[in-house]
Design a protein around this ligand. Structure first.
Ligand SMILES: Nc1ncnc2c1ncn2[C@@H]1O[C@H](COP(=O)(O)OP(=O)(O)O)[C@@H](O)[C@H]1O
Ligand SMILES: CSC[C@H]1O[C@H](OP(=O)(O)O)[C@H](O)[C@@H]1O
Length: 405
C-alpha cells in the first residue's frame, strides 16, 4: 500500500516553484527547460512568482502566502488560511463575473498556493493613474463586479442555509483583525503602528481628540465587525485592480469575508479620491491634470450608477426576498449602503495617510511641503466624510464636494 503524504508547507523559491507547476501540465514537457521564474510580489503580504516559457512567452502566476506578514516580517505571524480564502473567493466571484477576475488553474491549501492566469499585459491601476492614464471600462466593470458579487452572495438571493454556510466558509478572523486595527482603530489613537511626518502632528491630534468623529468611527467599526451582509473582496483598493484599455481584472481577495455592503465600493472611491488629490502634484500640465481628475470623479459616479442599476435589475429579476415588491425596501438598502460607504471611505483615506500602510500616490510627491499640504487635505477630507456621511444623498453631491475640497 502506498500512502500519499501531503507536502509539508515550505516557502517556495524560484527553483521549488517548478515542483508545484510541473504536474499541472500547463507547459508542455519539451518547454520545461525554458522556464524563467521571477519573484514579482510588491504587496504587503505574499510571495508572487511569474513563470514563463521563454520560447512561447506563455506564463502563469504562483502566489503563495507566507506564515507572517511580509511587510513586517516573522514577528507578525499570519494565518496561511488566507490562501484558501483567496482562491475560494476568486472561484466564487468567477461564478457571476468570470471576465473580471483571473482564472484559477490550481490551488493547494497545504502549500498556501494559488496558481492563476498571468495578467502581465495589464497594469496595476494605482500605477496607471499616477502616470496620468485613464481607463474607459473601469467604472462599468467595477460597478458590475461589486453589484454581482454583492447580490449573489446576499440573503436577497441565497437560501438562508446556503448563506450561513458561506459565512462560515469565508470566516477570516485574522485578516479582518488587520482591517479592524489598521483601518478602524489605530489611526484614531496614538498607536505605535501609525506613521506620519512630525509636521502633521497637530492635524493628527485634532483627529484623536474629535469626539464626534470618534463616535462615528466606532459605529463604522461596529458595522464592519457585525454586519454579515455580502461576500466582500475586503481590500478593493487601486493596487488590487489590474487594467488595460479593454479589460479590468480584480485580484487579491485574501481579505474576503461577509461584511457590510458599502465596504468594497468605499475603498475603491477612497483610493480614487486620494489619487485625485495627488494629481495636483503629479500631473503638471493643467489640461491633462483636469482631464485625469474629471475621469476620476466620473469613474466614482459611473461606478455607483452601474452598481445601483445592476443591483436593482438583479433584485427585480432574481430576488427571493419576501419583501421584494414592498415599496422602499431596495431604496433603503441602497441608501444605507451609499451613506455608510462614504463613512468607510473617510476611514480609508485617513488610514492611508497616517496609518501603517500608506499609498504611493501621496508618499511619492517629491516636494516635502506639497506632500504635507495634500496629506493635511486628505485628513480634512476623510474627517468630513466620516462626520457628514448621512448628509450625502446623491453620488454627484459627493463628487461635487470632492471637486471643491
Ligand atoms: N495574476 C497576476 N498576473 C500578473 N501579476 C500579478 C498577478 N497577481 C499578482 N501580480 C503581481 O504581484 C503583485 C502583488 O500581488 P498581490 O496579489 O497584490 O499580493 P499581496 O497579497 O501581497 O498584496 C501585484 O501588484 C502584481 O504586480
Ligand atoms: C500588514 S497588511 C497592511 C495592508 O496591506 C494590505 O494590502 P495589500 O495586501 O494589497 O498590500 C491591506 O490593505 C492591509 O491593510
Amino acid at each position: 500500500m502506498t500512502v500519499k503524504v501531503k507536502p509539508a508547507y515550505e516557502p517556495l523559491n524560484e527553483l521549488t516553484v517548478l515542483d508545484v507547476i510541473k504536474p499541472l501540465n500547463f507547459f508542455n514537457s519539451a518547454s520545461l527547460n525554458n522556464l524563467v521564474v521571477q519573484e514579482i510580489g510588491d504587496g504587503n503580504l505574499n510571495l508572487v512568482f511569474r513563470v514563463q516559457d521563454s520560447d512561447s512567452q506563455k506564463a502563469l502566476i504562483v502566489k503563495q502566502a507566507l506564515p507572517y506578514a511580509k511587510v513586517v516580517g516573522e514577528s507578525w505571524p499570519l494565518t496561511l488560511d488566507r490562501a484558501r480564502i483567496e482562491s475560494d473567493a476568486l472561484l466564487q466571484e468567477a461564478e457571476s463575473v468570470p471576465h473580471l477576475v483571473p482564472k484559477v488553474y490550481y490551488s493547494d491549501s497545504h502549500l498556501a498556493v494559488t496558481v492563476m492566469e498571468d495578467l502581465s499585459d495589464h497594469v496595476i491601476l494605482r500605477k496607471g493613474l499616477i502616470e496620468g492614464n485613464t481607463y474607459p471600462l473601469l467604472a462599468k466593470d467595477i460597478g458590475t463586479f461589486a453589484a454581482n458579487t454583492a447580490f449573489y452572495s446576499s440573503d436577497f438571493y441565497l437560501h438562508p442555509f446556503d448563506k450561513k454556510e458561506k459565512v462560515k466558509r469565508f470566516s477570516n478572523p485574522e485578516l479582518c483583525k488587520i482591517t479592524e486595527d489598521l483601518v478602524f482603530t489605530d489611526p484614531f489613537f496614538d498607536h505605535d503602528t501609525n506613521e506620519f511626518p512630525a509636521e502633521l502632528k497637530s492635524s493628527v491630534e485634532k483627529i484623536w481628540s474629535d469626539q464626534e468623529l470618534l463616535r462615528e468611527v466606532a459605529q463604522l467599526r461596529f458595522s464592519f465587525l457585525t454586519r454579515a451582509e455580502i461576500l466582500l473582496h475586503g481590500d478593493l483598493h487601486t493596487g488590487s485592480i489590474f487594467v488595460k484599455e479593454d479589460s479590468t481584472k480584480v485580484i487579491d481577495p485574501e481579505f474576503a469575508f461577509y461584511g457590510p455592503a458599502g465596504f468594497d465600493l468605499a475603498h475603491f472611491f477612497a483610493n480614487l479620491t486620494l489619487n485625485h488629490l495627488s494629481q495636483n502634484a503629479h500631473t503638471k500640465e493643467p489640461f491633462h491634470r483636469e482631464s485625469v481628475q474629471s475621469f476620476l470623479l466620473q469613474t466614482i459616479e459611473k461606478t455607483w450608477e452601474t452598481y445601483t442599476n445592476t443591483f436593482t435589475e438583479l433584485w427585480r429579476e432574481k430576488s427571493s426576498d419576501p419583501f421584494v415588491k414592498t415599496e422602499g425596501v431596495l431604496e433603503n438598502f441602497l441608501q444605507h449602503t451609499f451613506q455608510e460607504a462614504i463613512g468607510f471611505a473617510g476611514c480609508e483615506v485617513i488610514r492611508r495617510t497616517i496609518g501603517l500602510a500608506h499609498v504611493v500616490d501621496l508618499d511619492s510627491i517629491e516636494q516635502k511641503d506639497i506632500e504635507l499640504f495634500y496629506k493635511k487635505k486628505a485628513l480634512e477630507l476623510g474627517s468630513y466624510l466620516i462626520k457628514n456621511q448621512r448628509k450625502f444623498t446623491s453620488i454627484t453631491q459627493l463628487t461635487n464636494w470632492i471637486r471643491g475640497a
